[in-house]
Design a protein around this ligand. Structure first.
Ligand SMILES: Cc1cc2nc3c(=O)[nH]c(=O)nc-3n(C[C@H](O)[C@H](O)[C@H](O)COP(=O)(O)OP(=O)(O)OC[C@H]3O[C@@H](n4cnc5c(N)ncnc54)[C@H](O)[C@@H]3O)c2cc1C
Length: 203
């Protein structure tokens, strides 16, 4: 999977939002150490967490499975724009047939697991899908035989408060392995000066 941070709010904006409450703008150091301490104290320690909603991140997420997408979409406090299978399945039509051992070739379309048997079965499903499309069956019908491992991509926008919740829940060892990996990569792609606001369990 590949994560690209497309944009983020500067810490100075969040600090300024907090300073609105006390009208203490003159104490700002424009997103420096004083402002960072203020954001952590008010947003995290005092649990005045709505102030963290002024920090917003937009990521471009590529190469995750639709199994992971289903879990990601459960996080309601975020905005998603997802690659549509209805419009893009034609990408498979130009492919030559897949045998169940075509791991490298199939990796373009499928997320592979560490289980060879599961990967083989996914590739068989991919080949079945390709045959259905070759027959001229519409994407709207063909998509019902997509394997859950089929790769997708999306633009994902989330504020810091909701991202804290996401990273806590999804970097946990009890979360799905692929979403743990996503949580780590999201954390790693945050600007270094923002990472102190988040906790992310080690992989
Ligand atoms: C290890 C693990 C296993 C899971 N297993 C399952 C499963 O078997 N089946 C299943 O269906 N789901 C499962 N889930 C998904 C889980 O139930 C949540 O839907 C998902 O993690 C999103 O969390 P969230 O609601 O906190 O996030 P968001 O939807 O982003 O919400 C963020 C926060 O906003 C508040 N909020 C949002 N909506 C409401 C609301 N309507 N009322 C009150 N407060 C609200 C809550 O404080 C919430 O924490 C699992 C999650 C994890 C981490």
């Amino acid at each position: 999977m590949k994560i690209t941070l497309l944009q983020h709010t500067s810490l100075a904006v969040c600090a300024s939002a907090i300073r609105t409450c006390w009208q203490s703008f003159d104490k700002s150091d424009n997103g420096g150490e004083k402002d960072k301490e203020l954001i952590d104290r008010v947003g995290n320690k005092f649990k005045h967490a709505s102030t963290l909603e002024h920090l917003v991140y937009t990521f471009y997420i590529q190469g995750i499975s639709r199994a992971l997408l289903q879990e990601l979409a459960r996080h309601r406090i975020a905005s998603l724009s997802v690659k549509s299978t209805r419009y893009t399945l034609k990408e498979l039509k130009g492919e030559e047939s897949f045998t169940c051992r075509d791991f490298e070739k199939a990796r373009k379309y499928l997320v592979m697991t560490d289980n060879e048997k599961v990967n083989e079965m996914s590739i068989i499903a991919l080949e079945n899908l390709r045959l259905i499309l070759k027959e001229g069956i519409s994407n709207d019908k063909a998509k019902y035989c997509l394997p859950e491992s089929y790769k997708t991509e999306l633009t994902w926008t989330i504020n810091a408060r909701s991202l804290q919740n996401f990273l806590t829940l999804r970097s946990s060892k009890s979360a799905l392995w692929e979403i743990q990996e996503l949580a780590h990569k999201l954390y790693e792609s945050l600007p270094f000066e923002h990472q102190y606001l988040f906790t992310c369990e080690k992989l």
